[in-house]
Write a protein that binds this ligand. Structure first.
Ligand SMILES: [Zn+2]
Length: 189
């Protein structure tokens, strides 16, 4: 290869590299996605479950990202008895309590994604439909579906995008405790 051709080849390669670099380094416009830092230090038995639940929500939604142990927007606790529940202080902030007794009977991943769903703005929807995450324990112990429906996921995305009406938005962002999400052990048929 003579030197001129070699220079041309190098220049072409540089151009190709620059083009490739431009493509890779030109992602979607920066979003104002909220990072929700969750902390599992008080729920050591469920840290892996929490990570799975975070991935499910991250994959299903836009405008928010659940990230482990970078802060304390969401504290996750494990308790024994009394039922799993969620305490939302504002959209994306609060506490989730996982009852170890319920988690031995119901799918712990479904419980975790459900309770986090409350923190992400969703109410309970006890309609017995296993395809609905917020139907919680009403779908029975055989229901292990941990995925939000498209409707549920889209509502979360909309809440975090801030595109809903003030009234509609307030129901998903208010300070609220969601108890009795799952039937007690003695009431399960
Ligand atoms: Zn619930």
């Amino acid at each position: 290869m003579n030197s001129r051709i070699k220079r041309l080849a190098v220049a072409a390669l540089a151009t190709a590299t620059a083009t490739l670099g431009l493509t890779v380094a030109n992602p979607a416009p920066a979003s104002a996605a909220m990072t929700i830092c969750y902390n599992t230090s008080q729920a050591p038995s469920y840290a892996g479950i929490a990570n799975q639940a975070a991935s499910i929500w991250n994959n299903a939604t836009n405008n928010l990202t659940l990230t482990a142990n970078c802060g304390t927007n969401l504290r996750i606790y494990q308790i024994t008895g009394g039922g799993s529940y969620a305490q939302r202080t504002s959209l994306g902030n609060g506490r989730v309590y996982i009852d170890t007794q319920q988690a031995a009977q119901y799918s712990p991943l479904r419980i975790m994604t459900h309770e986090i769903g409350h923190i992400l703005g969703l109410p309970d929807n006890y309609n017995g439909n296993c395809a609905i995450l917020m139907s919680g324990g009403s779908a029975g112990t055989s229901c292990t579906n941990p995925y939000p429906s498209t409707t549920e996921a889209n509502r979360v995305s909309s809440l975090f995008a801030g595109t809903l009406s003030a009234t509609d938005r307030s129901s998903g962002t208010s300070s609220q405790i969601f108890r009795d999400s799952w039937p007690g052990l003695l009431t399960v048929g």
